[in-house]
Design a protein around this ligand. Sequence first.
Ligand code: SER
Length: 603
Amino acid sequence: MKITAKELRTKWLEFYKSKGHVDIGAVSLIGDGSTGVMFNVAGMQPLMPYLLGKSHPAGKRLCNVQGCMRTVDIDSVGDASHFTFFEMMGNWSLGDYFKKEKTAWTFELLTEVFGLDKDKLCVTVFAGNESAPRDEETANLLIGLGIKPEHVYFLPKEDNWWELEGTVGTPCGPDNEWFYPLRADKADPVFPDDYVEIGNDVYMQYKKTETGYEPLGRGNVDTGFGFDRMLLFLNGLDDAYLTDLFTHVLKRLEELSGKHYAEGGEVQRAMRIIADHTRTTVMLIGDRQGVLPSNVGAGYILRRIMRRAIRYCRQLGVSSEAMQDVAKIYIREVYNDSYPLLLEKEDFILEEIKKEAERFEATLTTGMREFEKCLQGIARKNEFMTKQNPAYVPETVIGGKQAFRLFDTFGFPLELTEELAAEHGLTVDTAGFEAAFEEHREKSRVLQKGEAKGGLESRSEMAVKYHTATHLLNAALKVVLSPDCNQKGSNINDERMRFDFNFERAMTPEEVKAVEDLVNAKIREDLPVVFREMSLEEARAEHFVGVFDSKYGETVKTYSIGDFSKEMCGGPHVEHTGVLGHFRIVKEQSSSAGVRRIKAVLE
Ligand code: SER
């Protein structure tokens, strides 16, 4: 190890203390409720009132290392770089110093303290829009410090503007992001492909309002550098689980399972998920506002995380007691200095892990009985049919409705049912599962609040274009990913569209590109958008997609776009796809379990 976790923590804090900052320590991982965000997702979150103008008892220059939780990427945990819990090294100016000092200090820290090569650093700054000007000032300061002018990139709001999504009244602003080649030894690395973001300096000068942004009347700085990411990267590693935060954990899992992390594949994935999810479990239960597993709110998220870890213990071939062993390593060796509260709460944390594992095992037992019934049903049917007709091809698929019942009533995640089915040479009708799930969701949605009108917030010309683009996207996803992908929701404003759909994993960059290309090809074909009213039966027969539910009434409104897309929908839409311009996917992320979210823009 070139630098250990403990050294990195100290170096960050010592550097900022030498620049007049006070270490304010970390606060609880649980959000304080003021923003409606359940967990702390960024080090700045607890400092919000002070960024808005309240005076902080520790002064105007602050720093810390803050634990954060982000569950949006939970489906990606298991790869080399995603976590649900991570720490953010931060420092702040509360209306004190601004761009000049901040650019100089980040530069000094990276090049002098951490020894990065200034000729390899790349930076991005805000390109400007109607809310805030192009950040020439920061760009010039960076060049003045020694960053190569050709390594300074001006990027739009999607890249270089930081705000806490889904909130109002919170501070935000343009940011300056820092990048370094992941493999520092690579000759002539190309930006951005060969680079990783190591952190950002946000110039928080604005406040989010219902409709846009207003100047705060003062300049704050909010710096965030990912601790776990930095540790990997300063050690020249390309797998975040190989840092000293995880060495002993992986070793223990290897001893218990007799398998090797270096084998890669499912073994490696399971070890990473157990390592990540157990760390998050320890941090949530051991937090000063400790959460316990339950069926609501933060407790439910914790339960999902714990059960996922237990399931992967099973897959790895170790008992759920492995989670307790791993938890002990975090509590006693890895986080003993920085989170002494964990040591005080050790017995409690271990006991709660044990109890949840027992509860899950109990559910598993009743669920297993139900699963056995499914197996017997299939066996009986096969036996009966074969007697009738010796040429009968035996059934090998567990029905979607049965899989949904196992999920809904017995808490079996779909992956668990699939895993068990495979042990008996069977598969699961996952499309049927999704359909049953959707039917269930739709019923509760209708019960709860009636239907929101096509997800449209406004009906401006731009919003109408975005609405048509959602139809193209929906159809393209079915072609590129799977015919079982269906829209689960959408939200449109004049600047972008958001689109949720069912899919079990993150899309690859190639898939994202293929979807973009297909949508753009259909835009270029300038296909006519045709509206027709017809009976529900006709719509069904003609394979229009949409939710077949009584709420549509006898006749339904349909829109087809050439032969490419056919959807039941209330409209309105553009008349020809050619007017949509160019379609670009800005982000693809997890929205909830099994549901992905795409953010896209028309340019
Ligand atoms: N708020 C910024 C982030 O989360 C920097 O702290 O990245």
